[in-house]
Design a protein around this ligand. Structure first.
Ligand SMILES: [Zn+2]
Length: 265
């Protein structure tokens, strides 16, 4: 059933232009493993994240052109992007119903959802994003940029995952009764995950520069055809690597909240 559902949802994502061919394969792998090991309830969170992300990226297709020159990849998500966003939650789902790993699952998806919402909604907002450390205005789409609309969007994205965790039957009745904790995990992981993503994007993520366009970019080969050069960060840490860090931060938030709660009980 997990394979069938993943095929259907992945195919719809490919038709819509949200997934590349390899991204389609990645969606099948993560969806099948999550459903098989975590059940339908937990898979519903992954589906919620995926569907919302696809809708948001389609709707922001009219975003400013400089985003396309700056961002690493275009609108279609490839297998590396799918793994960077859904890989950590899939691994956690595979561990099963172990204390700590239930909210870690919610937190990891809330973090990537928060970060995706922040990027997609923040890039359409009229206010210019600012660098998370220097607070200087940066171009839309530049990693490390934060904005008020983006931060609010990250809260909403995380809250959506928290709400899904309550509504979907991802956990047994007793655990699901801790509604505040589930929602809190979603919100904190969504906001914090998004901020960690911006922080990592501003510091360790590889920064590149196009001499022809005099523009910062994440691309090795710029949209103008020019080969870009590295100007900072750690070589090889791309936006995908930063997304993995974001998912891990969210998982840590969930893990912390669940472990703390069980200590107090
Ligand atoms: Zn260029």
């Amino acid at each position: 059933m997990g394979l069938t559902l993943s095929l259907a949802i992945g195919y719809a994502g490919w038709l819509r232009g949200s997934l590349s061919r390899s991204g389609f394969a990645g969606a099948i792998a993560t969806g099948t493993l999550t459903t098989w090991r975590g059940g339908y309830g937990r898979a519903a969170l992954l589906v919620g994240f995926f569907v919302a992300s696809s809708l948001l990226s389609r709707r922001s297709a009219s975003r400013t052109d400089d985003f396309d020159g700056v961002a690493l990849k275009g609108g279609r998500r490839d297998i590396v992007q799918v793994a960077a966003n859904g890989g950590i939650s899939t691994l956690i789902a595979a561990i099963g119903d172990v204390p700590g790993y239930r909210l870690a699952y919610v937190g990891s998806l809330a973090a990537v959802a928060g970060d995706t919402w922040a990027t997609e909604i923040g890039s359409r907002a009229s206010s210019r994003p600012r660098h998370i450390l220097t607070m200087q205005p940066v171009a839309t789409g530049v990693s490390g940029g934060v904005s008020a609309p983006g931060t609010i969007a990250s809260l909403a994205g995380g809250a959506m995952i928290g709400a899904l965790a309550i509504a979907s039957g991802a956990f047994d009745r007793t655990f699901r009764a801790h509604r505040k904790k589930l929602l809190l995990t979603g919100i904190v992981a969504g906001v914090l995950g998004s901020l960690v993503d911006s922080l990592a994007g501003a510091t360790i993520q590889e920064r590149r520069w196009c001499d022809a366009c005099k523009q910062a970019t994440e691309r090795v080969e710029h949209t103008c055809g020019n080969h870009t050069r590295t100007t900072g960060g750690i070589s090889g840490i791309t936006n995908d690597g930063v997304n993995v860090i974001c998912a891990l931060a969210g998982a840590a938030v969930g893990w912390g909240i669940e472990r703390r709660a069980s200590v107090q009980r």
